[in-house]
Design a protein. Structure first.
Length: 506
C-alpha cells in the first residue's frame, strides 16, 4: 500500500513537471499590431517574410548562437538583461523604443553571424528569393523596420512583452523526478568538501614553476570615458571602446605545466572534428553588461580554451575532450573594479574574487549553494592561477607580483571567431558543382543545442537530479546554470548582489 501511494504521488509530480515543460513559451502567430503594416507597406511585408524564412533556416542548420529566440518575432531576441528590464517594470512607453532597439540589434547580430554558417546553396537561394545583395544591411534594415512597427500600439506591445516567460536553463522536470529536496542534501555536502579541497590547492602548487601566458597586445592607457547612456540607463559603447577595454584588462594565465592539455589554444575544425592547437596561444574576449546597486556594470569576459581535461586515474567522470575557463571583470563606468569571477565553460566551479575589505554576506540558506570566494588585491592586470589538468582557478593576484619561470605571449581574439570557424574544404578537389553549392564555409564551436560536441562528461548521468542539463558539457554563453543547489545563471545581471556582494565604493 505504501509503495502504491508513493508511486501515485510520483506520477502526479511527474505529470505536473511535464505540463510545466510543455507549456509554450510564446505565441507563434504574428503579432496583431503588425497586421495593418503588412497590408499597407510592401517593404514591411517583404521584410517579415524574408526574416522569418532566414530564422527558419538558421534554426535548422546552426541553432541559436546569440541571445534567445522569440517565437513569432524573429526580428527580436532577448537575454537575461533585457528580461530583467521587461519583468521589473523598468520599461514603459517612454523608453519602449530603446528596449526594442536593443532586442532588434541583438537579433541582427545573431542572424548575421548564424547566416554565415549556412550552406551556400541555402543562403544563395534565400538571397535570390528576396532580391538581396547585401545581407547584413538587409537584415539590420528589416529588423529595425519591423521593430518600429511595434510602436504603433505601445500598450499592447508592453503587455505582450510582459507575458514572455523568463529563460531558465534548469530542468524542473529533472528535479521533480530526481527528488531534488532529498538528493540535494548529499550534493551540498559534496560541494562544501570540494571547495575545501580547491582552497587547499594553492598551498600545494604555490612553489611550482609557473608558465605565464600574457597578452601580446599593447595595454592602452587608463582613461576616463563618459559613455553615452540610453533611456534604460545602459551604456552604448563603440567597437573601438570595447576593444580598448578588453585589451586593458586582459589577464595573464598562469599554469604550472607545458603539456598540450595546459596550453590555452585555438579551436579549429579538422575532418569534421573540433580540435585545439597550442602552437599559437590565444584567449577570446567579449563584453557584456550587468547591474550593481542600480547602476550599469561593464563585464569583460576572457576565455582560455584547452584541448582536454586529462583523466586522473582509470575512472574519472570529470575528464574528457575540451576544457575552457572564463575569467570576468566587473567594472563600473568610472573604471572601478567591483569584483572578478570565473566559471568553466560548462558552468561549473563558479569562483568569486573580492578585495580584502569588500563587504560580502555569504548565502547560508539550506537551498543556497555556498560560493567559493577568494580575497585578493585587485588590479587591471591580474594573474589567474590555474591548476594543471583540472584548470581549477586556485588563486588570482596582480600580475606585477607574479614570478613566472617562463613567459609566453597570447593573441587576444574576438569571441565571434568561435561562432564562425572556417571549415576545411573536402578532398579531392575540384568537386562537382552540385557539391560545392552545398558547402558550408564556416561552423560554430557550438552545435544546434548550444553544446560543444565531444565535450560531454560521464558526470551528467549522476548530476541530473539537480536539474542542470548535461552537466559538465561545454556550452555557449547565455546557457550557464552555475549552481547545483538553488538556481543562478552566470549572465544574471544581478549576480553579484544575489551572491551577497556589497560595495565599499561611492
Amino acid at each position: 500500500m505504501m509503495l502504491q501511494r508513493l508511486f501515485f504521488i510520483l506520477s502526479i509530480l511527474f505529470l505536473f513537471g511535464c505540463s510545466q515543460q510543455l507549456k509554450p513559451q510564446l505565441p507563434v502567430q504574428l503579432l496583431p499590431q503588425l497586421a495593418p503594416q503588412l497590408q499597407q507597406n510592401p517593404d514591411i511585408a517583404r521584410c517579415q517574410q524574408a526574416i522569418d524564412s532566414l530564422d527558419t533556416l538558421t534554426a535548422q542548420h546552426t541553432g541559436t548562437l546569440i541571445g534567445e529566440r522569440i517565437n513569432g518575432t524573429p526580428w527580436l531576441r532577448s537575454d537575461r538583461l533585457i528580461q530583467y528590464f521587461i519583468h521589473h517594470q523598468s520599461v514603459n512607453e517612454s523608453n519602449l523604443d530603446t528596449l526594442l532597439n536593443r532586442m532588434s540589434e541583438l537579433a541582427s547580430r545573431a542572424l548575421i553571424g548564424e547566416s554565415v554558417n549556412l550552406p551556400l546553396a541555402e543562403l544563395s537561394g534565400w538571397q535570390a528569393t528576396y532580391g538581396i545583395t547585401d545581407q547584413q544591411m538587409f537584415i539590420r534594415h528589416c529588423n529595425e523596420q519591423l521593430s518600429l512597427a511595434l510602436l504603433n500600439n505601445p500598450p499592447q506591445t508592453l503587455r505582450w512583452l510582459r507575458q514572455l516567460r523568463k529563460d531558465d536553463d534548469y530542468s524542473d522536470l529533472a528535479r521533480i523526478v530526481g527528488l531534488y529536496p532529498l538528493t540535494s542534501i548529499p550534493f551540498r555536502y559534496g560541494i562544501l568538501k570540494e571547495q575545501e579541497q580547491i582552497r587547499s590547492l594553492w598551498a600545494i602548487e604555490s612553489n611550482s614553476g609557473w608558465n605565464a601566458y600574457s597578452p601580446i597586445a599593447e595595454v592602452p592607457p587608463l582613461n576616463t570615458v563618459n559613455y553615452h547612456v540610453d533611456s534604460l540607463g545602459l551604456p552604448i559603447l563603440s567597437t573601438e571602446q570595447q576593444q580598448t577595454l578588453l585589451k586593458r584588462y586582459a589577464p595573464t594565465w598562469m599554469i604550472a605545466s607545458a603539456t598540450t592539455a595546459n596550453i590555452p589554444g585555438q579551436p579549429h575544425w579538422q575532418d569534421q572534428h573540433l580540435k585545439v592547437t597550442g602552437t599559437h596561444p590565444a584567449s577570446y574576449s567579449y563584453l557584456s553588461l550587468g547591474l550593481f546597486n542600480n547602476l550599469p556594470v561593464l563585464q569583460l569576459n576572457y576565455l582560455a580554451w584547452f584541448s582536454e581535461r586529462p583523466a586522473d586515474g582509470l575512472i574519472d567522470i570529470l575528464a574528457g575532450q575540451h576544457d575552457a575557463v572564463i575569467f570576468r571583470v566587473h567594472l563600473t563606468l568610472k573604471n572601478q573594479i567591483i569584483a572578478f569571477d570565473s566559471i568553466h565553460l560548462c558552468g561549473c566551479w563558479y569562483t568569486l574574487i573580492l578585495e580584502p575589505d569588500q563587504p560580502y554576506t555569504p548565502r547560508t540558506g539550506w537551498f543556497d549553494e555556498p560560493t567559493l570566494v577568494y580575497r585578493s588585491q585587485l588590479s587591471h592586470a591580474m594573474a589567474v592561477y590555474l591548476q594543471p589538468d583540472t584548470h581549477f582557478l586556485i588563486t588570482a593576484s596582480p600580475a606585477e607580483n607574479s614570478n613566472p619561470a617562463r613567459v609566453m605571449g597570447y593573441d587576444l581574439l574576438p569571441f565571434q571567431q568561435l561562432l564562425n570557424l572556417p571549415l576545411p574544404l573536402p578532398l579531392p578537389l575540384p568537386l562537382p558543382p552540385t557539391t560545392t553549392e552545398n558547402l558550408t564555409r564556416t561552423r560554430a564551436v557550438f552545435d544546434k543545442q548550444g553544446y560543444v560536441d565531444g565535450s560531454q562528461r560521464y558526470e551528467r548521468w549522476l548530476y541530473w537530479p539537480m536539474g542542470v542539463k548535461s552537466a559538465g558539457t561545454l556550452r555557449r554563453p547565455g546557457d550557464h546554470a552555475i549552481n547545483f543547489i538553488g538556481k543562478l545563471h552566470f549572465d544574471d545581471p544581478l549576480i553579484l548582489e544575489k551572491l551577497g556582494v556589497g560595495t565599499n565604493m561611492p
